[in-house]
Design a protein. Sequence first.
Length: 340
Amino acid sequence: MKKYCVAVVGAMGAVGREMLKTLEQRGFPVSEIRPLDIEANAGKKVLYEGREATVGVAAKGAFVDVDIALFSAGADASLVLAPIAAAEGAVVVDNSSQWRMDPEVPLVVPEVNPDALDGHKGIIANPNCSTIQMLVALKPIHDAYKIKRIVVATYQAVSGTGAAAIAELAAQAEQFAKGEPMTAKVYPRQILFNALPHIDVFLDNGYTKEEMKMVNETHKILDPAISVSPTAVRIPVFRGHSEAINIETERPMDLADVRRLLAAAPGVKVVDDPAKLAYPTALDADGKDEVFVGRLRLDPTVPNGLNMWVVGDNLRKGAALNAVQIAEVLARKGLEPKAR
Ligand code: 12T
């Protein structure tokens, strides 16, 4: 089997670490692993397949001989470094928001639109965490019943922001336990015991950038004809995004059929037995690969409506796993590095 030289950019971050773990757990055929990060983290060690790998600096020259570069270093770093990596011959799978809406860049969820990878030009974008789990759950319903409108509220974990936000929630919990005043730096308000209707920055239209990612990315990945009405909320959970989703479809839905479609869909697990208190929660999804769906019920207040609750591990399917699955599809299709 062909093996690949794989770089992980942002290797010391919350998603970068999960990328290394996911590559290893899934047995991706790696000949050389190249953890890269900012200068301040250079020389640190990460463990990969039982061996220490030294963190290098993500910069010009670092991508020579790299086949696949998994990026999770933020939009600013990606703007500069992804074209450099592609020019040096790597195929970039970028987890930031930087390239997602570029018409030249495929935006891919392997269960939803794998063929969008064909003809890529060296940079491929990994969608937003909230969009990925929503579309994995909605794709089988859209195929059968044609979704016209989505109203979604998210309940998002702090790990989406990164390692500093995880530390901030933990610190506030300790400060509470000790009766000390709480400090907030990463978020504009206390996140412990709170819910903030604010993820990423506010835009001129009154929506946040996170909300507009769900609109625009759904159009690019699934169908531009679907109306998407989002509210994105941060809650004091470490890991796992939850979503309350209401959809309206063209054709009338049969609830038993919807359950069958979801049960058969790749990457989906239905957990929905209210009599046994069976419904998915963020803690259940922690560390899991599947997107979990529960609380399925028809919405009688509109002609063809359905309500559902969708939970996924934002660091896993929402980020690292989706990126590694894209690399797996590329490897299956026969990876074509462009610039060599
Ligand atoms: N600011 O992938 O803070 O564009 O949770 C994902 C998550 C951006 C993204 C977050 C963010 C993204 C967050």
